[in-house]
Design a protein around this ligand. Sequence first.
Ligand code: UD2
Ligand code: MN
Length: 569
Amino acid sequence: MRRIRANAIAILTVAWILGTFYYLWQDNKPQSSPSSSASQTRGRGHGQKVVSGRLEIHRDDRTIPGVVHLCHQTEISSLQLLGGLDEKAYLAGKQLKPGDDPYRDHAFNLQESDRLGSERAIRDTRHYRCASLNYDADLPSTSIIITFHNEARSTLLRTIKSVLMRSPPSLIQEIILIDDFSSDPEDCQLLSQIPKVRCLRNGRREGLIRSRVRGANTASASILTFLDSHCEVNTDWLQPMIQRVKEDHTRVVSPIIDVISLDNFAYLAASADLRGGFDWSLHFKWEQIPIEQKMARSDPTQPIRTPVIAGGIFVMDKSWFNHLGQYDTHMDIWGGENFELSFRVWMCGGSLEILPCSRVGHVFRKRHPYDFPEGNALTYIKNTRRAAEVWMDEYKQYYYSARPSAQGKAFGSIADRLTLRRKLNCKPFRWYMENVYPELRVPEQEAVSSVLKQGGLCLETRGTEALGLAECRTIGISRPHSQRWELIEPLLRQQDLCLAISAFTAGSKVKMEPCNAKEPRQKWKPKGTALQHMVSGLCLDSQTPTGPPVITQCRPQMASQSWEPQIIT
Ligand code: UD2
Ligand code: MN
């Protein structure tokens, strides 16, 4: 008897040791499958914002092997879930006709999407440690907001069903569909037969920005969840995001966005080491987390701070969304709103993060399948110009240098958004650059040679220190000239001498002195056609054409403060 007990204890001990070893080995297992870095350029014709579908996919093998969650509550049958919707008839109502190009209408392979049906199992792509995290039992519910314009029925229905099947039912208050004036109203209407699904149709094409605001305004839950209309949410996607927002309502959180192939609809795990970034043309890109942050991450389930979000899939507290001014509803159709929202969230007291334990698949496309009434290039410029003009302060110059075609293009009035920024007491873009996105390099400035013209007169130096206005003279190539200025922000330069104020008070004279980029008295920036001294906030003023130039209160309309730079080539 005693021997049998001893044997049993020995067997259990060995099993326990083996189990522990297996666990540790799993934890340290190297990523075995090669990363298929099929980095693909996603040209959209106009070269604007493209969510390059993180096509540098690193398959993360620390995911949960073989676990396929189809349904959160397996007892809910697909039939119950759909209420009165006749799914077969809905899908059959719109199908590819033989001989039609399957990519034509949606810029993805419609034939493959239709073939898949409305639900399918997908791999749980999270790090395996995510499965053992716990979330509050009393998480608040959310309103899911999905806006669409001519979405394919099969992708739209799969998006909705994946939400209903892979979310705890108590967390889904409602799914609000905003049909952005699609050709067939039934695409949306028929879906409102599904329990919890509501359908709002725009009376004209509004674009995704105004459509989302409409959805948010009718949402009844305290938390908003935005989704594109061609997604599939993965196991336990929602709880991590709601948990983070519940803990701190100023957080705006998004999942890791997995890739659903636009060709064969394979569900592919995206790398867990990416965050959202951009270049100065306001072109969104996925980028590696900075190395120091990567080294400091000991726990792969921890949130990743991100300078910007891709834009389509995020969770945000409703009152915080409203407090921060929702969206800029003068932005049209598509694009730029993700920068505007991201800058605003960071600069006005919130934060943005990507949660690795939340995964949502999305069909990334190479072109827009829909039209832009004003043309897609002009629309993108209008939207990003609005974001740059309202939020980027003096850094907007880099946007204009990177996107010269934006200069002079119409972008409407931004007065309301500037008032909002002031009311919310938001930090300057410089703060964002220093604290949120220090990795974004400010371009090296090339000196621009120019004269500074006021009426028919030009600003010139006299001797080594003094300045004045005089008749503009012809300037020969490359020879020093008292009327030639090099503009290298923040300096206004002539050889080794720079324009400086003599004191910080209104009425103080300006003079030339040896250049020093760190000297606060030498820092200038353009303000309309005026030249503003950055520290005192006063503007360069000629007073009278004969008197020496001084600095005075900026008054944009004043002729004596207007300095038209005329570039010398
Ligand atoms: C990305 C975002 C998208 C949005 C966009 C920039 C992701 C996964 N997607 O582009 O949500 O932030 O960048 O603006 O981060 N739609 C309308 N009306 C329109 C045009 C589009 O309702 O006039 C819908 C469209 O059906 C889709 C959503 O808006 O559900 C986003 O459009 P998209 O899928 O063409 O944009 P995407 O994913 O390239
Ligand atoms: Mn999309």
